[in-house]
Ligand binder design. Structure first.
Ligand SMILES: Cc1ncc(COP(=O)(O)O)c(C=O)c1O
Length: 422
């Protein structure tokens, strides 16, 4: 009966429907290894066993009880949102609001150079489409956030790492960056401040990088999603933002995901600046890319001016939380002499993460497994961010402070026990 030949009652179409489907040849770029890794299995096991877990890696602000964002959702009800009249680069008032957001920080951003996107991730994708052919490469900082690997893969673009130097406050290794740039390099990515190191670029390094980009025909793609979250006054030698800079073709990325802790609204942007001819040519092409997708929803664009204008209390609440949690972590470490001697919380200037340098009595997977199995604490291994070597754990700082403080104490006690066992 499985020959596919029609029986007396069957039509030919029905017989074809019974045939097994021919395999589909999916694009090789999607041939990812999607099997569960060891750490994921440990987590599944812990959840199955009904273990209460505290997720120190939580970076979704909508799950961290930031009450200040709730009233902003009501701003999406503007009646003009009933009409669909899309403009590729975005609603003019929304683009002007983004420019104002920078201008209020003293940065010279022109609304004409603002492109709205659905997210920062989408902005990266559009910029890779704009700048790179299949097989071209972009330079990316290491350590940093691992998002780019997939975005580059989806555009058939390669990533070439350039190191940040830990002992120099994660300063860019400019010599290594220049050596890494080859014939097919099209852009340099900066995450500013970097995730998870929380480091801002030095002003003199920024200027040297711009000179290098200008000379070699490279664009700068600067991810500033955490730009509003400097923990205190930045040291004078650090650059607060690349927005509006004119030396090299510069694309500054950000969006509501971090600026307003509203990732679910799906609105990001690119602020384009640079030598005027280059910036204008980039905008012309970006407009076509944006027109192809028209991906930003109308209600959120209409609400953007009001939403951005309401950022101060949201950002104040987040910064206060991040500082409180960091202080709780430091206090927990300081309270245990053995831990204080052996564990270092690396300095951070901004962002929502802290990195612990831990003794290598376990490797990073070993630490993470131990903490999940024995304490119900989820932390990131440093290798997730391509740390320069083994021996780092990364924790997020967004959890509600009482939860964070209790978990930090447990973390430190477990580190202490492991140190005395080891
Ligand atoms: C450094 C960095 N860039 C970009 C993103 C993604 O932002 P979006 O939600 O706008 O795509 C994240 C998300 O955590 C991030 O940490």
């Amino acid at each position: 009966m499985s020959s596919g030949r029609p029986t007396t009652e069957e039509t030919g179409a029905e017989a074809r429907d019974r045939l097994p489907p021919r395999p589909i040849r999916f694009a090789a770029r999607t041939g990812w290894d999607l099997s569960e890794n060891q750490l994921a299995s440990v987590l599944v096991e812990a959840r199955r066993a009904g273990r209460a877990l505290v997720d120190f890696t939580e970076s979704n602000p909508t799950r961290c009880g930031i009450a200040e964002t709730a009233p902003l959702i009501a701003r999406l009800g503007e009646p003009r949102g009933c009409r669909y009249a899309p403009l590729p680069l975005g609603d003019p008032a929304a683009r002007a609001a983004v420019a104002r957001y920078y201008q209020e920080r003293g940065l010279d951003v022109d609304p004409a150079g603002v492109v709205l996107t659905a997210s920062t991730s989408e902005a990266y994708g559009w910029l890779l489409k704009l700048l790179a052919e299949r097989g071209d490469d972009v330079l990316v900082p290491v350590p940093s956030y691992p998002l780019l690997e997939y975005l580059a893969c989806l555009e058939d673009v390669s990533l070439t790492p350039y190191p940040l130097l830990k002992e120099e406050g994660w300063r860019i290794d400019l010599g290594a960056l220049e050596r890494a740039a080859g014939e097919r390099t099209r852009a340099v990515v900066l995450v500013h401040p970097n995730n998870p190191t929380g480091s801002f670029v030095r002003r003199d390094d920024a200027a040297a990088l711009e000179a290098c980009a200008r000379e070699r025909g490279l664009a700068l793609i600067v991810d500033e999603v955490f730009g509003d979250y400097a923990h205190g006054d930045l040291p004078a030698d650090r650059l607060p933002s690349f927005a509006g800079r004119r030396q090299a073709l510069t694309f500054v990325l950000s969006g509501l995901s971090k600026v307003m802790a509203l990732p679910q609204l799906k609105l990001g942007w690119i602020a384009v600046s640079g030598p005027p001819d280059l910036a204008a040519a980039a905008m012309e092409r970006l407009e076509v890319i944006a027109d192809t997708y028209l991906s930003v929803g109308t209600p959120v664009q209409l609400a953007l001016p009001e939403i951005l204008a309401a950022r101060a209390p949201v950002q104040r609440a987040i910064l206060e939380r991040v500082r409180t949690n960091l202080a709780a972590l430091d206090a927990a470490i300081a309270a245990r002499a053995t831990v204080q001697r052996a564990v270092r919380r690396l300095p951070v200037d901004g962002g929502w993460y802290a990195t612990l340098e831990v003794p290598r009595v376990h490797d990073e997977d070993g630490w993470v497994e131990l903490l999940v199995r024995e304490e119900g604490l989820i932390v990131h291994p440093g290798y997730f961010f391509d740390m320069p070597r083994d021996g780092f754990l990364v924790v997020g700082l967004l959890l509600e402070p009482p939860v964070f403080a209790a978990a930090a104490l447990r973390l430190v006690h477990r580190l202490e026990r492991a140190l005395s066992d080891g």
